[in-house]
Design a protein around this ligand. Structure first.
Ligand code: ADP
Ligand code: MG
Length: 343
C-alpha cells in the first residue's frame, strides 16, 4: 500500500466516477452499457432493461427544516424516473432503500412513503423492494429505477452529431432560485421564529425545487412525433454541465444562444432580486430535471410546434469549442460548473 493520501475534492465527483470506471470492464455480453450514462442498459432479449440509481442524503441534498417529507419521497422517485426518461425509456419498477435515525417517527416514514406512493401512481411505476436500516445521523434515501426500451430507440449521451439541433424542455433555473428562497426564509425564521414565511410570490420556483417532475411526457411526445433524439441527458446538475457531458461523450462542440434559453419570468425576477444572473441560474443551477437532447436537423420540423420544447443551439464538429452567444452577440466560452459535493 502506498503512503500517499489524495483528497477527493482534487478529483471532484466526475473525476472520482471516471477513476472507478477505469478499473472495471464489462464481461457479460448482456451488459450493453455500464457506467457513464443516465442509466445502465442490459440486453434482455427483445427489449433492453434500463437501470439507474440515485441517493439523497440529508444535509447534502435536502434540508428537512423546509422540505415536507412527503415531497422528499416524491422527488426521490421523480429524479430516478427522470434518468430512465433521459435514455428515452419508460420506468416500470423502483426499489427504495432508507437509512433512518431514531429522530424519525413512524408517522414521518408514513409521510415519506405517501410521497413515494403518489409518485408511483403518477409515473405508473411499481415499488418492488428495497432495504431498511438505521443511520447514526440523518436520513438517506437510495432509489433504483428499472425501465424498459427497445434497443433501437434508446438515446445515449454519445450520439450527438455535427449540425444536430440542441433542444431543452420546460424552463431552467427555477429549482435553483427556489432553493435560494427557501434558504433565505430559513435564515429569517432562525433569527425571528415569529415571522411567518411569505412564499406566495415564489410559489413556482419553490415548487420546482421541492416537487420536480420527470419529463416522461416528452418521451411519449417524441415517439408520437416520430423523433428519436440522437443524444439525451436529464438536467440534474445544470444545463452547462449536461451540455459538457453530451459534448465530451459525443466528441463534438456546441453553440447555444442566450436568448433561446427558456427562463420563466418569475424565475428571472427572483434571480434579479437575489442579485443573481438569471442566465447563470439556468446554466449552472441544478435540479430542474428537464431533458436536454439533440435531434437531426431533418427532425426539427416535426416538433417545432411543441409548446414545451425549445431549440437553444446546435452541435458542431469542433470538439472543445463550447460557446454561448450572448444577447449582445458576443461569443463567450461556456464553463461547466456542476454541483460538487466534495468542496
Ligand atoms: P446522473 O446525474 O444521471 O444520476 P451521475 O453523474 O450520478 O449520473 O453518474 C454518472 C454515471 O456514473 C452513471 O452511469 C452512474 O451509474 C455511474 N456511477 C456514479 N457513481 C458510481 C459509483 N460509486 N460506482 C459506480 N458507478 C457509479
Ligand atoms: Mg441523469
Amino acid at each position: 500500500m502506498s503512503e500517499t493520501r489524495s483528497e477527493i475534492n482534487q478529483l471532484g465527483e466526475f473525476g472520482l466516477i471516471d477513476r472507478i470506471h477505469e478499473k472495471f470492464s464489462l464481461r457479460n455480453p448482456s451488459s450493453l452499457t455500464g457506467i457513464g450514462d443516465d442509466a445502465a442498459v442490459i440486453d434482455a432479449g427483445n427489449e433492453c432493461v434500463l437501470i439507474s440509481t440515485d441517493m439523497l442524503v440529508e444535509g447534502i441534498h435536502f434540508d428537512l427544516s423546509y422540505t415536507p417529507i412527503h415531497h422528499l419521497g416524491y422527488k426521490a422517485v421523480a429524479v430516478n424516473v427522470s434518468d430512465i426518461a433521459a435514455m428515452n425509456g419508460r420506468a416500470e419498477q423502483i426499489t427504495v432503500s432508507i437509512a433512518l435515525s431514531n429522530r424519525f417517527s413512524v408517522e414521518a416514514v408514513d409521510a415519506l412513503y405517501a410521497g413515494i406512493k403518489a409518485a408511483c401512481e403518477n409515473y405508473k411505476v411499481d415499488l418492488v423492494g428495497g432495504d431498511t436500516t438505521s443511520s447514526s445521523s440523518g436520513l438517506v434515501i437510495s432509489i433504483t429505477a428499472i425501465g424498459r426500451a427497445r434497443k433501437e430507440t434508446i438515446s445515449y449521451r454519445n450520439g450527438a452529431k455535427p449540425n444536430d439541433i440542441l433542444c431543452v424542455t420546460g424552463d431552467l433555473g427555477g429549482a435553483f432560485t427556489g432553493l435560494q428562497v427557501l434558504a433565505r426564509e430559513k435564515e429569517v425564521y432562525l433569527t425571528n421564529p415569529d415571522m411567518q414565511p411569505n412564499l406566495e410570490k415564489y410559489e413556482y420556483m419553490v415548487g420546482r425545487q421541492l416537487k420536480p417532475e420527470a419529463r416522461t411526457d416528452i418521451v411519449f411526445d417524441l415517439e408520437e412525433a416520430g423523433v428519436k433524439p440522437t443524444s439525451m441527458i436529464d438536467i440534474s446538475d445544470g444545463l452547462a454541465s449536461e451540455l459538457f457531458h453530451i459534448a465530451k461523450n459525443s466528441g463534438v462542440g456546441f453553440r447555444i444562444y442566450e436568448d433561446k434559453i427558456p427562463i420563466d419570468h418569475a424565475t428571472y425576477e427572483t434571480a434579479v432580486e437575489f442579485k443573481l444572473d438569471p442566465i447563470t441560474c439556468a446554466l449552472n443551477g441544478g435540479e430542474d430535471y428537464e431533458l436536454l437532447f439533440t435531434i437531426a436537423k431533418s427532425d426539427q420540423e416535426k416538433i417545432k410546434n411543441h409548446p414545451d420544447i425549445h431549440f437553444i443551439g446546435y452541435v458542431h464538429e469542433r470538439k472543445g469549442e463550447n460557446v454561448l452567444i450572448t444577447k449582445q452577440g458576443n461569443a463567450v466560452p461556456v464553463r461547466a460548473q456542476g454541483w460538487d459535493h466534495f468542496k
